[in-house]
Ligand binder design. Structure first.
Ligand code: NAP
Length: 265
């Protein structure tokens, strides 16, 4: 079935949709005719492009402000969607942040907030929305990372959060397949967005590579993988080769390699 036919009258909820990869995913969905519920801490940036998308793609766009790193934030977002009588057919768990630095130096409060955003919020949102996703045959798209595969010195808690997201995603994908819900774990490598800046990781060698894809390109690929019902996708040829090679590399070597490529320069 074409994505256009499959998407008629369907609605996607995208977290972290005000910029970067989330905005790319949301625009790809709008182009396919999906109505949107877009969330971020502030809806200012979403309001700026929502009107254009309504006109250009003929879709409904609802913007909801919610901080998903706050305790109860994910439940508050679910309640806000329910209060508007909107039924969700595709849940996109995209919002996420990193905290860069050696674990002994980084802020525990920031890392706990990151875990609520990167781990707890996707888990809560999936739990809450699953009954309606099962009823109508829906999708969950989890934006993990190539960071989900190796240990991650300098971003150790972030790498751990993405390892959870990928593993959990693959686990529920197997459970939910017979119930008609596709679950995709999409794993980008470094992407040119606000992420590195916000994680204080701009000084990391990881984000100084020559050409990095932008959020639109990665968002389009993530949406396509979701619509194809794929369970695990690593974005980009070089990232695919690297992730494949990790299977044959001892974990202690991997940790040393990641330490080297992530070090401050
Ligand atoms: N960029 C990369 O190199 C890269 C690589 C692999 C995976 N990823 C993953 O891709 C996803 C998107 O990242 P990105 O690169 O697009 O980053 P980004 O440009 O920083 O965008 C992050 C989005 O999340 C929202 N957000 C941040 N904190 C939030 C909070 N507490 N509550 C609700 N929303 C929040 C932001 O909006 P507000 O600030 O308005 O809330 C924004 O819309 C993340 O899960 C990230 O881990 C990124």
């Amino acid at each position: 079935m074409s994505t256009e036919r499959a998407s008629r009258h369907r609605t996607a909820l995208v977290t972290g949709a005000s910029g970067g990869i989330g905005k790319g995913i949301a625009e790809a969905a709008a182009r396919d005719g999906w109505h949107l519920v877009l969330s971020a801490r502030s809806t200012r940036d979403i309001d700026a492009f929502a009107e254009d998308w309504r006109r250009r793609y003929g879709v409904q766009v609802t913007a909801l402000a919610q901080d998903l790193s706050k305790p109860g934030g994910a439940d508050a977002l679910f309640d806000a969607v329910m209060a508007r009588g909107i039924v969700i057919d595709c849940l996109v768990n995209n919002a996420g942040i990193g905290v860069y630095g050696e674990f002994i130096d980084t802020s525990l409060d920031e890392e706990l907030a990151m875990l609520r955003l990167n781990v707890e919020a996707p888990t809560v949102l999936a739990k809450r929305f699953l009954p309606q996703l099962v009823e109508r045959g829906g999708h969950i798209l989890n934006i993990a990372s190539t960071a989900s595969f190796p240990p991650g010195p300098f971003l150790a808690v972030y790498y751990g959060s993405k390892a959870y997201l990928r593993s959990w995603s693959e686990g529920i994908a197997e459970e939910l397949a017979p119930r008609g819900v596709d679950v995709t774990a999409f794993c980008p490598g470094p992407v040119r967005t606000q992420f590195a800046d916000r994680a204080n990781a701009k000084r990391s060698a990881l984000f100084r590579a020559g050409h990095l894809p932008d959020g639109d390109e990665v968002g389009r690929a993530a949406w396509q993988a979701c619509m194809q019902g794929r369970r695990l996708v690593v974005h980009g040829a070089l990232n695919k080769v690297q992730v494949f090679a990790m299977r044959f590399t001892p974990r202690t070597w991997l940790a040393k390699i990641v330490r080297r490529v992530s070090r401050p320069v």
